[in-house]
Design a binder for this molecule. Structure first.
Ligand SMILES: [Zn+2]
Ligand SMILES: [Zn+2]
Length: 428
């Protein structure tokens, strides 16, 4: 038995935090109350610390199979554990693509063998992510895919997207849409605006994202089907989703920390670690994303953890790969930029990083409750530290936040009752 003692608990259910001990046995939370340390053979002292449900990431890239030089399921899930994530949903753009039941089973078996946290595969909407032919959604669901997405590539053909939403609705599956109109992106490599002009780089109009957000909302509305919009980055997208929700469209969405912590000014100096898709936007967009988080338009925060090898980033800006290694900074970035600034309460942050993503993915996680899986993290909200990518567990050191001073650090991570990170060290 494991006891987490003397912490302040935010369970994802109650409105107010409370002091309690949490007793864990056989992977489950068996009791929440006072003075329970005596019953346990292992005790974690959480005095002056906060005890939260393990974080749930609806969107990451673990790169295995095919790109193990960037990340693999072992290194990726250790990185997730270090960031406080106990459940992660990984995207299908591996090689081979996760577009059939055998590949879903393959990811699950590697995750069972090497995974430090729980891994939930997201399968492709179209075969080979080619946007031509739909996958066998029923088989994918049966094999254990939690959602469907061609993330990394948009589904440009609107009729195919319409059919995909219709079939997915029939199967009770959620489509996660990477919104990008490739004809508008052209050969753009950063946000189109003042900075792209200053740097002499080809810009990507915000319309490339917003046109597709609008299209997907309209398709979902016509079919009364659910849709989840990935990585919302612009004021216009936030407003389109806000209006759609008011009309009752079954749309949910996520943003990622870099869209509320960084702007296209970070590209200055041709910083390839600030190259991401969709691109970093302007301070006005950052404000809109924060407002969207505050008023509930943006349901959740995902990492879009996209680790790359240095060879993919240490090249000319326009040739560099898109993506940020995000697991190990996500909680601290969100705490520093949203909670410390008064935009969200810590309880609201728990909703956006644990409870709601679990609900959207329909997985048994995201709260601290008796009888539920013991996925728990202990965080120190007083702790200030400087990000050092050389200490990342991820193989991907590509983060524009290297050297930033942040507040709020994950100290212990417990997955199914097993301590996988103790005193900031991943121990398995
Ligand atoms: Zn994407
Ligand atoms: Zn992605």
């Amino acid at each position: 038995m494991l006891c987490i003692k003397n912490g302040t608990v935010i369970d994802g259910i109650s409105d107010v935090p409370y002091k309690a001990d949490i007793l864990i046995d056989k992977g489950k939370i068996i009791h929440i109350g006072e003075n329970m340390g005596n019953a346990a053979d292992e005790v974690i002292d959480a005095t002056d610390k906060w005890v939260l449900p393990g974080l749930v990431d609806s969107h990451c890239h673990l790169r295995e199979p095919g790109f193990e030089y960037k990340e693999d399921i072992g290194s990726g899930t250790r990185s997730a554990a270090a960031g406080g994530f106990t459940s992660v949903a990984c995207m299908a753009n591996t090689n081979p693509v996760v577009d059939n039941a055998a590949m879903v089973n393959y990811i699950k078996s590697i995750a069972r063998a090497k995974g430090v946290v729980k891994v939930y595969p997201v399968a492709a909407v179209t075969k080979g992510l080619e946007g031509q032919e739909l996958t066998e959604m029923g088989e994918l669901k049966e094999a254990g895919a939690v959602a469907l997405s061609d993330d990394g590539r948009p589904i440009m053909n609107s009729q195919l997207m319409r059919l995909a939403l219709q079939y997915a609705k029939g199967m009770g599956m959620l489509i996660i849409s990477h919104c990008e109109d490739l004809s508008l992106v052209g050969d753009g490599v950063m946000n189109d605006g003042y900075m792209s002009t200053v740097l002499g780089l080809k810009g990507i109009t915000r319309a490339a994202e917003e046109v597709m957000v609008a299209r997907d909302i309209i398709l979902a509305e016509v079919l009364d089907a659910p849709i989840h919009i990935a990585h919302v980055s612009t004021r216009g997208s936030v407003e389109l989703i806000r209006q759609a929700k008011r009309r009752g469209v079954k749309v949910t969405c996520e943003t990622a920390p870099h869209y509320f912590c960084a702007t296209d000014e970070w590209v200055d100096g041709y910083n390839t670690n600030a190259k991401v898709n969709p691109p970093l936007r302007t301070s006005d967009d950052v404000e809109a994303v924060k407002q969207g988080l505050k008023d509930g338009t943006i349901d959740i925060i995902a990492t879009d953890h996209a680790p790359h090898h240095r060879d993919d980033k240490e090249v000319e800006y326009s040739l560099a790969a898109n993506g940020i290694s995000g697991f190990e900074t996500a909680f601290s970035l969100a705490y520093t930029h949203l909670v410390e600034t008064g935009i969200l309460s810590i309880q609201e942050l728990v909703q956006k990083m644990s409870k709601r993503p679990a609900e959207i993915l329909n997985i048994d996680a995201g709260t601290i409750q008796v009888g539920k899986p013991a996925d728990v993290i202990v965080v120190d909200l007083h702790r200030t530290y400087t990000v050092d990518v050389s200490k990342f567990y991820s193989k991907g050191k590509n983060s524009p936040f290297n050297g930033c001073t942040l507040k709020g650090k994950v100290i212990h991570t417990i997955v199914d009752g097993k301590v996988v990170m103790k005193n900031e060290k991943v121990i398995i």
